[in-house]
Design a protein around this ligand. Structure first.
Ligand code: AR6
Length: 191
């Protein structure tokens, strides 16, 4: 399986790899959830299957902010990881892709909120899937660029003492992996 490592600002390690996020041994894996937070298809379904039925019960306990909405698009919520190797699951909701003007700020907010929540909880390692790159239809090249830029920005905003020391992107399939590597090369070349 392919894997590449890049340095981010402030010494945080960025790992881009191909693989299955449900087997990651990190402080938290990030779930590409929906606003109801009660499971779904894609990576959401895979994470719920691997974590076991306690995960959906923990999600149901997250208070609704509107009827049927536990996590508005662009925000994040945390639960334990139950049967996963990962100690926690951070559930975030990316946008259904509409256009860059509307969708990019929401996708950036989903990544930023996840990093902020991990930092608030004092977590050191975090694995993301490609949020919105499945049924939500975000173009892969743009999704990768937004993902990496927003994570970098969130780490810089969190400052020197930020607990997050390693951020991984765990991508299904070579084409999506290639887009993330390209975006990481562009980002780290700028630094
Ligand atoms: N490990 C890593 N990546 C995965 C895995 C896995 N085990 N399984 C799928 N992917 P999607 P979205 C990739 O559709 O676009 C759900 O029903 C997949 O190939 O899961 O944000 C939710 O409940 C793709 O690249 O999430 C929401 O309703 C990426 O994960 C909706 O889908 C995300 O694809 C969210 O849509």
């Amino acid at each position: 399986m392919s894997s590449r490592t890049f340095p981010l600002r402030q010494g945080t390690k960025l790992v881009i790899k191909q693989g299955d996020i449900t087997v990651e041994d990190v402080d938290a894996i990030v779930n590409a959830a929906n606003e109801r937070m009660l499971g779904g298809g894609g990576v959401d379904g895979a994470i719920h299957r691997a974590a076991g039925p306690q995960l959906v019960r923990a999600c149901a306990e997250v208070p609704e902010v509107y009827p049927g909405v536990r996590c508005p698009t662009g925000e994040a919520r945390i639960t334990p990881g139950f049967h996963l190797k990962a100690r926690h699951v951070i559930h975030t909701v990316g946008p259904i892709y509409h256009n860059d003007r509307v969708s990019a700020p929401l996708l950036a907010s989903a990544y930023r909120s996840s990093v902020e929540l991990a930092a608030q909880q004092g977590l050191a390692s975090l694995s993301f899937p490609g949020i919105s790159t499945g049924v939500f239809g975000y173009p892969w090249d743009k999704a990768a660029q937004v993902a990496l830029e927003s994570v970098q920005e969130a780490l810089v905003a969190a400052g020197e003492g930020c607990s997050v020391r390693e951020v991984r992107f765990v991508l299904f399939g070579q084409p999506l992996y290639d887009h993330f590597v390209e975006a990481a090369e562009a980002l780290t070349a700028e630094a």
